[in-house]
Design a binder for this molecule. Structure first.
Ligand SMILES: NC(=O)c1ccc[n+]([C@@H]2O[C@H](COP(=O)([O-])OP(=O)(O)OC[C@H]3O[C@@H](n4cnc5c(N)ncnc54)[C@H](O)[C@@H]3O)[C@@H](O)[C@H]2O)c1
Length: 337
């Protein structure tokens, strides 16, 4: 029988735990070690899941029985563990957004290129949602004709990010309030879908924002950005962090093509017949297991992950520049990766 791939998880917040569970449910993988700045979190997770090793530093990168590292640290702290993990010879998964600044993205892509025998993947999880995978399949078949306009929103009431327990005594901050850029942290989800659906790259962006709602956030909490793609397509992405509304099902996806239109989970190919439901198993939520299963399959079968580091960098870069466009109050060119 094949020996299981050893997994180490860095960053043990809500998302690190979700990843841990997804790896544990895959029969080809086993979580062997965990790491977090917080000793309390390391001990809690070790005990809860019966994990053998734990550390508050990067010691787990030296373990020979670990082949995969999964990075679930806060958005602004992805680069260092990602680069160190690759240097240590581990296949490396990093959560979305790949980074929150262009300089980190460049260093991360360089490290991945230098270690090209290792697989890298970025957690743009919505590509594993059955509805969005089906929309991609419809577009690829040519059913919508030539796409000319797309929309995607991240509308999520994240008031919980201001909860007292989100303050991290190790980093001495609540990073959600101090550091998070909504267009990057939230907007990267729909923007990644727009890039995937448009089959093209955004080259320029303009954006507007306000902070009428989530006053506790340092950065503006309501943002809209308009992207111009290389082939002339236009895309709009909105990130709202404190709407009076339930989680936006289907992320308000809209795709307009010369032969058809998709609005959320409906498709119209004929004006007289109107919109018909796209039938899939489920259309909302963050499917961690299929995402992790895909990464493991790519490692075992030596395949290119759907969102490797270059692909993740392209998505993150467009949203980082959108956040810059807000500050500079002008349209800005997006660096290409
Ligand atoms: N894919 C998704 O749908 C999804 C959902 C939620 C969060 N996320 C992403 O997951 C990441 C983590 O989010 P979270 O909500 O779990 O954050 P969190 O703040 O709850 O947890 C992050 C943990 O990482 C630890 N940490 C930070 N830097 C570290 C380092 N260098 N070494 C060791 N430990 C370190 C912190 O102590 C903290 O415990 C973020 O990038 C976030 O954007 C993705």
């Amino acid at each position: 029988m094949r020996k299981k791939l050893g997994v180490g998880i860095i960053g043990l917040g809500h998302n690190g735990e979700a990843h841990l569970k997804a790896y544990q449910s895959n029969s080809f993988a086993e979580v062997i070690a965990v790491c977090d700045f917080s000793k309390r979190k390391v001990e809690r997770i070790k005990k809860k899941y019966g994990i053998k090793y734990g550390s508050t530093d990067y010691q787990i990168l030296e373990q020979d029985d670990i082949q995969i590292i999964s990075i679930n640290t806060s958005d602004h702290l992805h680069a260092e563990p990602f680069i160190r993990s690759l240097k240590a010879g581990k296949h490396t998964f990093v959560e979305k957004p790949m980074a929150d600044n262009i300089s980190d993205l460049r260093k991360m892509v360089k490290a991945a290129e230098k270690n090209s025998r290792l697989k890298t993947m970025v957690g743009q999880i919505l590509r594993f949602n059955p509805l969005f995978a089906e929309i991609k399949r419809i577009i690829k078949k040519g059913t919508l004709g030539k796409i000319f306009y797309l929309e995607g929103d991240y509308i999520h009431n994240l008031k919980c990010q201001a909860d007292k327990e989100r303050y991290n005594p190790e980093t001495k901050m609540n990073w959600y309030l101090e550091k998070e850029l909504p267009m990057v942290g939230g907007g990267c989800h729909p923007l990644d879908l727009l890039r995937w659906f448009a089959q093209d790259e955004p080259v320029e962006v303009q954006a507007y924002s306000n902070r009428i709602t989530f006053q506790k956030m340092k950065n503006d909490s309501s943002v809209v950005a308009i992207f111009k793609f290389k082939n002339g397509v236009i895309g709009k992405v909105t990130a709202l962090y404190e709407p009076i509304s339930p989680y936006a099902y289907a992320n308000n996806i809209a795709v307009y093509g010369t032969k058809g239109t998709i609005l959320r989970d409906t498709i119209c190919l004929n004006e007289k017949e109107g919109f018909k439901k796209i039938v899939v198993k489920y259309s909302s939520g963050h499917p961690f297991e299929p995402e992790v299963n895909h990464f493991i399959e790519c490692i075992l079968k030596n395949k290119k992950p759907l969102i490797d580091s270059k692909e993740g960098a392209k998505t993150a870069a467009a949203t980082i520049i959108a956040s810059k466009a807000l500050k500079e109050k002008k349209s800005i060119a997006i660096p290409q990766f």
